[in-house]
Design a protein around this ligand. Structure first.
Ligand code: ME8
Length: 528
């Protein structure tokens, strides 16, 4: 694998980030960290979507300029991603000067090529979706089905993009590339939507929407949200038709573009059409994740159940975001909806991270100190020919084999499924310890056998720390430190014997990698 370029949706900056936004950024960060264990050439883009009528109206209601509103809210997203250890390369804002200039050039090129034309139009505009809706998409009461608001009737002369010209090419691409849309079960939905697509409006009259990017040569029109927003994926790389940047040549096409299921249409129809019109290759995968509910209800301001990701870290007094990252990432199988609840969070991270994984390392290292003064002896290592305890080598082989299983899940963006495999190694190692009771072996003075059990588990823990690293980077680094294992090692270079013979650790150097989430603290509600 020579490079990996991945992107998230860019969030609207109408308010502060909630755990739905966080879910997407965590999933993407985990994918990025996993693939950074397979390639050195990684680029991870996220950011904010800042233009449009909604921002204009919110800012006006607050008596501030749209830019002031965007600056304040974009910072909240950056702060939240910092708290969650989202390790992006660039945070693009659609108000960035380089982005705006390239968007204008893209628009101009599309006009020159005849893909964009001017047309008088009357349509139903939903500012929640920032798009025109068809009459047949509305509820019986004439409301937008997603925002339950009546769309505005807008009559304007706008620029239109010839989406219909690309319909057949997109249908062909989806059919010929069954893994273009992930998960595959969403492809049919997109093919159905393609059946009745029309050309789309891509500009708004300046008299109605001032907060946008001016159309070059026609300052009475501003470029409307989706062309502006979708282009971020290439403007961030310095896309330039005449003089392509090194970044663009290196990274485009994207390896995966992570988005929520609600904006799949824009990413699997509008975006490919724009790219085809520009003569550019399409992204390899569009991964549409499901939505997060709170206590099984839709998150909404009116229900008052919107949770900010940093509120969870604070309520549970977490010193790093690993438990929250792990919980969110494992909340749903690939593409399905997930749920957040305080009780479930507590129960899951205590069971998986503290009781199973953390305790296993802690107990094993403590026994190594107790019985061997923290020293691993040559005769404790096993291989295919030599094991004293039946199953030692099989466990090691099983753990090493899971690396490919986990990689394969990541190739299909099955993040929760991959985590399940990692936890299954933890469970197998715990069972191996229980079955072979190293404390009994020590009592019976079978010291080599006892050392073999401990050393085998420690070698397995090296593999586990590498595999859990994308989900829980702080916990993994802490585990690796106590194992003297290099956490930056590429997955391909990991062997069944990462523990070195000799003194590994002292009593003072052993620390629990994850403390159970305190049940009393957890009773502080996360809901604001
Ligand atoms: O759609 N659960 O911005 P946005 C999971 N600016 N994901 C959720 C969610 C939830 N409850 N709520 C929102 C936009 N999301 C555009 C994108 S991309 C060129 C432009 C996800 O702030 C949502 O699915 O409404 C989307 O992927 C992302 O958060 C931003 O949503």
């Amino acid at each position: 694998m020579d490079k990996f370029y991945l992107t998230t949706a860019i969030d609207y900056v109408n308010g502060a980030p909630h755990i739905g936004h966080a879910y997407e950024k965590i999933l993407t960060d985990i994918i990025a960290r996993h693939f950074s264990q397979r390639t050195d050439n990684m680029y991870f883009l996220t950011g904010t979507d800042e233009h449009g009528i909604k921002i204009q109206k919110t800012a006006a209601a607050k008596g501030i300029t749209p830019k002031e509103l965007c600056d304040a809210n974009a910072q909240k997203f950056k702060d939240a991603w910092k708290a969650l250890d989202i390790n992006y390369n660039r945070f693009i804002r659609t108000t960035d000067e380089d982005h705006k200039k390239i968007v204008q050039k893209i628009f101009k090129k599309l006009v020159e090529n005849g893909d964009i034309y001017k047309h008088s139009y009357q349509g139903l505009y939903c500012s929640g979706c920032e798009c025109f809706l068809n009459e047949k998409d509305l509820t019986e009461d004439g409301l937008c089905p997603d925002h339950l608001k009546k769309p505005e009737v807008v009559s304007e002369e706008n620029y239109f993009f010839k989406l219909t010209k690309y319909k057949d090419a997109i249908i062909k691409h989806i059919k010929e590339n069954p893994d273009f849309i992930v998960p595959a079960f969403r492809a049919n939905e997109v093919l159905n939507q393609l059946e009745d697509i029309q050309d789309i409006s891509v500009s708004r009259a300046k008299s109605n929407v001032q907060w946008g990017i001016d159309v070059l040569d026609d300052p009475e029109q501003s470029i409307y949200v989706w062309i502006d927003a979708l282009s971020n994926y290439i403007t961030a790389l310095g896309y330039d038709d005449e003089n392509p940047s090194e970044m663009f040549k290196t990274y485009w096409p994207a390896d995966v573009q992570v988005i929520g299921k609600d904006i799949l249409k824009f990413h699997s129809i509008y975006w490919p059409a724009i790219l085809l019109a520009l003569g550019l290759p399409l992204p390899k995968h569009i991964y549409a994740h499901g939505w997060i509910t709170i206590d099984e209800s839709k998150m909404s301001k009116s229900l008052g159940n919107v949770i900010s990701p940093t509120a969870v870290l604070e309520a549970f007094n977490l010193e790093h975001p690993d438990a929250f990252r792990y919980y969110m990432a494992t909340s749903a199988p690939c593409g399905k909806d997930g749920n957040y609840s305080d009780d479930d969070f507590k129960e899951k991270v205590n069971a998986h991270l503290a009781n199973s994984m953390g305790n296993l390392l802690n107990r094993t290292l403590s026994m190594l100190v107790k019985y061997f003064d923290g020293e691993v002896k040559e005769e404790f290592f096993v291989n295919a020919e030599a094991e004293r305890i039946k199953g030692s080598y099989a466990l090691l082989k099983q753990a090493l084999g899971k690396i490919k299983v986990v990689e394969n899940h990541f190739n299909h963006f099955e993040i929760a499924e991959a985590a399940q495999e990692i936890i299954s190694i933890v469970d197998a190692a715990n069972k191996y310890v229980t079955d072979n009771a190293p404390w009994t072996l020590a009592k019976e003075e079978k010291m080599t056998e006892c050392g073999e059990v401990l050393t085998t588990v420690l070698n397995v823990m090296c593999i586990i720390s590498a595999l859990i690293y994308p989900y829980c980077p702080n916990i993994a680094a802490n585990m690796a430190k106590q194992l003297s294992f290099d956490i930056t090692k590429k997955l391909d270079d990991i062997t069944e014997c990462e523990i070195k013979a000799g003194k590994l650790i002292t009593k003072e150097e052993i620390h629990p990698v994850f403390l159970r989430v305190d049940s009393e603290l957890a009773d502080k509600s996360t809901k604001k």
